[in-house]
Design a protein around this ligand. Structure first.
Ligand code: SF4
Length: 81
């Protein structure tokens, strides 16, 4: 499972932070940070979801009010949103 985070779209509501520890509050910038993610283009971050953390990642993606978080399964199919 792969997670893609569009940090430009993030409005800093921090619901994702409560769902998955990989999302961290960055209060200075009013955005979440996705720990360990690779920036694949400007403000777009991608991370392979570690085994056992799939459900947390899915909850984080589902609670984001602006759909800044997208999840893909191992076949590349978009799962959330
Ligand atoms: S839930 Fe969405 S808008 Fe809120 S901090 Fe996380 S990514 Fe940003």
């Amino acid at each position: 499972m792969k997670i893609e985070y569009d940090r430009d779209t993030c409005i800093g509501m921090f619901q994702c932070v409560d769902e998955w520890e990989k999302f961290e509050k960055n209060l200075d910038e009013g955005k979440a940070d996705l720990a360990g993610a690779e920036e694949v283009e400007e403000d777009v971050f991608v991370l392979e979801v570690p085994e056992g953390e799939e459900l947390d990642a899915e909850f984080a993606a589902r609670v984001c009010p602006v759909d800044a978080i997208t999840l893909y399964d191992d076949d590349g199919e978009q799962i959330v949103p």
